[in-house]
Write a protein that binds this ligand. Sequence first.
Ligand SMILES: [Zn+2]
Length: 298
Amino acid sequence: MNLRTAALRQELARRPLLCDGATGTQLHLLGLAPGACGELWCLEQPERVQQVHRHYLGAGADLLTTNSFGGTSYVLAGHGAGARVREINAAAARLARAVAGDRAWVLGDIGPYGGMLEPLGEGLPDEVNAAFREQAAALLEGGADGILIETMSDPAEAALAVQAAKAAGAGLVIATYAFQQASSGFATMMGNTAAECVAAVLAAGADVVGANCGTEVSLADYEKLTAELVAAAGSTPVIVQPNAGSPQLVNGQIHYATTPADFAAAGARFLAAGARLVGGCCGSTPEHIAALAARLKR
Ligand SMILES: [Zn+2]
């Protein structure tokens, strides 16, 4: 484990840490076309990607997330860039690392591979594991201090990604799921409870577990979900990164209604409920993160 990662683990044990907010919605504000490959901007528009990182660093984030959510060979292949995994992910990490300097840590971001594992789908576990490992290795090569696996729905896929990141040499691996409301409480799209989700990634070696994104999950719901995650995680730190409300279509534009003040107040409640890392997912902005930072520093 390198020195920065060791320092990150120590800091996490000492105080709550603040992650950044959404990347995708910020890149769209800077001109990324809907449906275009945002990860390719690590190569084609590096200064715009770094602008997003700079805004979050300025807002007070302790951790910057790389622009590599759709950076597996599977997802990149859909944009004709399946052979550029190493190039794109190493660049994503280098861009964030250059902005972070000594002021923040960098989390190499990994999202779902985009299909379903067998027997429900056609994904072969060995091949999906290899794809995650390829991505994680490139993110670490570019200077990521840890790996963040997010928006997972299937605990088996999340566990594969955690194993792959560990095998690639990550000294800190975070795994988070997208939950929604189910009749029995919170569950992923695949129907797995928070307890099942946490158990799967802990068994695979995750260092931090939690939730991000989420469909129709209010900030008040997130507070209850945080308590469930904390209970399931035991001594393992919990991370919570909600959306800034549910997306709504306003005048043809996607709009997220949660104000920075409400977002910050909720973040403080997640920490009170036992979370150790907070940040934002879709629709959250540098203003949301700055409000949360101000609240944490009180
Ligand atoms: Zn999201």
